[in-house]
Write a protein that binds this ligand. Sequence first.
Ligand SMILES: Cc1cc2nc3c(=O)[nH]c(=O)nc-3n(C[C@H](O)[C@H](O)[C@H](O)COP(=O)(O)OP(=O)(O)OC[C@H]3O[C@@H](n4cnc5c(N)ncnc54)[C@H](O)[C@@H]3O)c2cc1C
Length: 379
Amino acid sequence: MIDVVVVGGGPVGLYLAALLLQHGVSVRVLERRDAPNTHSRAIGIHPPSLEALDRIGVASGLVAKGVQIRRGVAIGGGVEVAGMSFHTVSRCYPFVLSIPQARTEAALERRVRELDGGSLMRGATVTGLHDDGAKVAVDVLTSDGESRIHAAFVMAADGVRSTVRQQLAIPLRRKDYPDSYVMGDFADGTAFGPDAALFLEPAGIVESFPLPGGVRRWVARTHRTGADTATARSLAGIVWERTGVAVDAGTNSMLSSFGVRTRLATRMIHGRIVLVGDAAHEISPIGGQGMNLGWLDAAGLAPLLLSLLAHADVERELQRFERQRLRAAAAAVRQSEINMLLGRPLPRALWLARNRLIGYAAGVPGISERVAARFTMHS
Ligand SMILES: Cc1cc2nc3c(=O)[nH]c(=O)nc-3n(C[C@H](O)[C@H](O)[C@H](O)COP(=O)(O)OP(=O)(O)OC[C@H]3O[C@@H](n4cnc5c(N)ncnc54)[C@H](O)[C@@H]3O)c2cc1C
């Protein structure tokens, strides 16, 4: 029997597996995909996550390959409205690291394979779970057919459409938003360097983040009807119209449109099965917290799993873990809602007043530091 089966080899499942493998726990990560996902959704790694990633020895490698965003600037109507420095948010990592999710996942997968070459099974889809109170039977479908693996515990890190969560019929708190966005990666022809830039414009926000290799990600709020038909040229057009920055559509290397919703599981723990990451909480990507939130779930859960495997009674600690992580997810939702609110179109007079207020608040000692801490998941 395996100690822990992790369903899903995304960033959260791989991180949790590495944490456990380091302590000599036997782990199987069952991942439906035959090959790594090359589509990069998340780019921002916040300081608490870098500290967590350091525990499995991958932080320094990622920091060496990524861009350190130490400052963000808000611009409106061509003038700087406010600046925000991240230098106070962490002693070790006073920045948000920007690196494509695919590269982060590759580093995590390398670490997992280093610790146990046989622990990650690709092309393995979990189709069912049976928890008898003493162990969990996991049904797996591979190209060789169906099989069953027995585990002491199962960690469901199988993403927003979690099969495990559906099978356990765990209810979700749902919220849908009117916001939609187009994002794309282009050659960086700006002078922003490693800074993030938020253009707070009357027609809606445009966000711009540096990526390694002289690339910048642009994210623009759009009207829902246009999002599905977005092209690199149309995104470059929006950026130009709202910000006056010329983006070369011919250099586009990734384009994606997305709507926004929240799905929060009402429970994470179900007998010997625990939901982590997007399986437990789907958060708006605006604010860049989802992957980070999942890693912090895993970091909190790993020591409890080690105690459970040592037959310690940690029932109360588990309940506290669940309450804390559900609260952290709710806080992340609130932060993303503030970010989305900031990005919505506004009539000119209101837009001007709102931007002036932001500029004033940013100049008040203490406020800028607090906002920086909220943005970097340090509060
Ligand atoms: C456009 C966009 C931008 C984003 N930007 C950011 C950002 O900047 N910062 C941030 O922190 N977050 C961001 N996010 C969110 C982030 O991408 C997710 O929170 C993160 O990928 C969640 O990781 P996970 O491991 O929980 O789930 P996933 O990454 O979804 O991984 C789940 C894995 O489980 C596998 N799987 C599913 N079902 C099964 C099954 N039955 N059997 C076996 N395997 C299965 C899947 O194939 C997948 O590999 C963004 C999201 C989007 C959409």
